[in-house]
Design a protein around this ligand. Structure first.
Ligand code: ADP
Length: 165
């Protein structure tokens, strides 16, 4: 059985992430999405909220499951008996960081391989950060995230606008 681990912040999950998950679910027997806390980023949604939004987004994909990641990714991969780590590559700008991350994980545990997948071209510009920015400014994000994520984002923005006034 082939198992791939897809780690990320997913703050929140977008159609770009989902495109990568769908591709992986056709290639691997099991896909485990690991929702992580990235300490160099300030998250809009809590880890549990992000996990729930991901769970709802992948509910139709039978071989995809969602977990919270704490501790080192390479240890999580061993615990789950993962064959590889999956990351998405959008553009050249992702490459340097992803390259560093993959080789660091290999240094920490030699047997952990990282594979990269590119999303459909229309999602190559898409990031959680951009979606949050558009939502904050009251723009339409329906083309970028599933309906339940749109709802959660708009509710969050409304609440933060109220408290900042
Ligand atoms: P992290 O904070 O770990 O980078 P993200 O949620 O931002 O978490 O991204 C998780 C993974 O998904 C990363 O490998 C990132 O490059 C990839 N990714 C994010 N957005 C897209 C997209 N639109 N298309 C393809 N991959 C993406």
């Amino acid at each position: 059985m082939s198992i791939v681990i897809y780690p990320g912040s997913f703050d929140p999950i977008t159609f770009g992430h989902l495109d990568v998950v769908q591709r992986a679910s056709r290639m691997f027997d099991r896909v485990i999405i690991a929702v992580a806390n990235n300490y160099s980023k300030t998250h809009l949604f809590s880890q549990l909220q992000r996990k729930r939004l991901v769970e709802k987004a992948v509910a139709g994909l039978e071989n995809v499951e969602v977990d919270c990641l704490s501790g080192l990714l390479v240890d999580f991969v061993s615990r789950k008996k993962g064959d590889a780590v999956l990351r998405g590559l959008r553009a050249l700008s992702d490459f340097e960081f992803e390259f560093q991350l993959a080789l660091t994980n290999r240094k920490l545990k030699e047997e952990v391989e990282t594979i990269f997948m590119m999303p459909k071209d229309i999602y190559t510009f898409l990031s959680s950060k951009i979606v949050k920015e558009i939502a904050r400014l009251g723009g339409d994000i329906r083309d970028f995230v599933p309906a339940h994520v749109e709802k959660a984002l708009n509710a969050k923005m409304k609440r933060s606008n109220k408290t900042s006034h």
